[in-house]
Design a protein around this ligand. Structure first.
Ligand code: AMP
Ligand code: GLY
Length: 423
């Protein structure tokens, strides 16, 4: 099978690495790609923001299957263009991608199909939103409706903070994404990420992970795209997984099909495990980054037939096997991230990681033969271990051999699980 992978981050490097191991693969192309992905795939010269150009490339190269990594091309209808053009594609239609693209849309699906989530209201102007907030009291959560690069959510511990967040959304801080605001009850518990493949009617549970969104040790400082992750998440016990499938994932899949927007691809549920059980915080319509990196390290099965089954309505006939060991990834980022940072700083040396570890490239480029850091999040140092603690020790041992002066990382990825293992 000839496959084209869309994306250029650490998530896509992990997908490329795993796809490249498939005996069913005949050629792997990637666009835009990065130097890590280039070790696994042929970099295709095609503008991934131009849906028609991607379709034309697929026809010219006789691509059988396209795997879309990030959400932006999905929300922009790339999967629709390819599917209408007769190319099999892993990833939802633009209509189904609203599960990530519109928080209000997802909350309405939850309400309609009785899916556990925080009580909420949608607003298109500030005064009614503020009145509702005053009535509900703090803590309370304010969310810009649309895609805001992970920055559109305020978990307000005081009334003033909540009211300010409403003003900030409606004053255009998040552009069009903030034209509508969702106000939601604060959920108290432990967070976890849960991933399923979906083919429109069937959902196949993959695995769980936990990420670290804050930039600083001890989960302090501003939010980021994720500074590290591990899998599995200990809070996702078999009972909680079973309830998540029955109470959250399956009603979503049948609800989306009923409403005429069957969901295919990977459904990434952000969950809060509260005293009542699993509750939905949000959906994403793609693998998490860096959660994907730890999932791919733990997946024993061939990835290609799994993704192809999701794309072609045949998920009921496949199963996914996982290693019991833990995987943990530490993000190395450019100093200054998530604020301003210097670009094109040289990465002098990447260590050989060995069989049970892997350094995925997230924001790198080759400039005149020198590997340089081009992004905020740059490298994902990932390792396996018999426990989260062992995986953590291995990952940091590899990381400490990376020679990159402008890089930094958190030193405590996995701390909650490590404490639990010691208890
Ligand atoms: P989101 O972008 O929806 O994932 O939200 C970002 C972060 O805000 C989540 O990872 C949670 O830590 C937090 N959050 C979002 N919604 C809630 C909620 N209803 N209650 C408590 N925390 C929340
Ligand atoms: N790491 C969080 C995300 O991919 O959304």
């Amino acid at each position: 099978m000839k496959v084209l992978l869309i994306g250029s981050g650490g998530r896509e490097h992990a997908l490329a690495w795993k796809l490249a191991q498939s005996p069913r693969l005949t050629a792997l192309y990637a666009a835009p790609g990065n130097p890590g992905i280039a070790e696994e795939a042929i970099i295709a010269d095609v503008d991934t923001a131009d849906n028609a150009a991607v379709l034309a490339f697929c026809r010219k190269q006789a691509i059988d299957f396209v795997v879309v990594g990030p959400e932006a091309p999905l929300v922009a209808g790339l999967a629709d263009t390819l599917r209408n053009g007769g190319i099999a594609v892993f990833g939802p239609s633009a209509a189904a991608a609203q599960l990530e693209g519109s928080k209000g849309f997802t909350k309405d699906i939850c309400a309609k199909y009785n899916i556990p989530t925080g009580a909420y209201q949608r607003f298109t102007s500030a005064e009614p939103a503020k009145a509702y907030i005053r009535e509900q009291g703090a803590p309370i959560v304010i969310k810009a409706d649309g895609l805001a690069a992970g920055k559109g959510v305020t978990v307000a511990m005081s009334l003033d903070e909540a009211l300010d967040a409403v003003d900030s959304c409606f004053s255009g801080t998040f552009g069009a994404a903030g034209a509508e605001v969702v106000v939601e009850a604060y959920l108290d518990g432990e967070e976890a990420s849960f991933f399923c493949l979906c083919d429109g009617k069937t959902a196949l549970a993959l695995a769980s992970a936990q990420d670290h969104k804050r930039v600083g040790d001890g989960d302090t400082g501003p939010n980021t795209g994720g500074m590290g992750a591990y899998s599995p998440a200990p809070v996702m016990t078999p009972e909680i997984v079973e309830r998540t499938m029955r109470e959250i994932i399956e009603p979503t899949i049948s609800g989306m099909a009923d409403s005429g927007h069957p969901f295919t691809g990977v459904l990434f549920a952000g969950l809060m495990i509260t005293a009542k059980g699993p509750e939905l915080i949000e959906y994403n319509v793609r693998f998490g980054d860096p959660e994907c990196q730890v999932l791919m390290m733990r997946l024993k099965s061939d990835l290609l037939p799994l993704l192809y089954a999701a794309a072609t309505g045949t998920l009921a006939s496949v199963t996914a096997e996982w290693r019991d060991e833990a995987a943990l990834t530490v993000v190395m980022a450019s100093k200054g991230y998530p604020g301003a940072y210097e670009k094109n700083t040289p990465i002098a040396k990447l260590p050989q990681a060995g069989a049970e570890a892997k350094v995925f490239h997230a924001g790198t480029a080759l400039k005149d033969g020198q590997l340089v850091a081009t992004g905020g999040r740059v490298l994902n140092v990932t390792a396996m271990g018999s426990t989260v603690g062992a995986a953590k020790d291995s990952a940091y041992a590899v990381l400490d051999r990376v020679e990159w002066d402008n890089g930094f990382c958190r030193r405590d990825i996995g701390w909650q699980a490590v404490e639990r293992e010691k208890a």
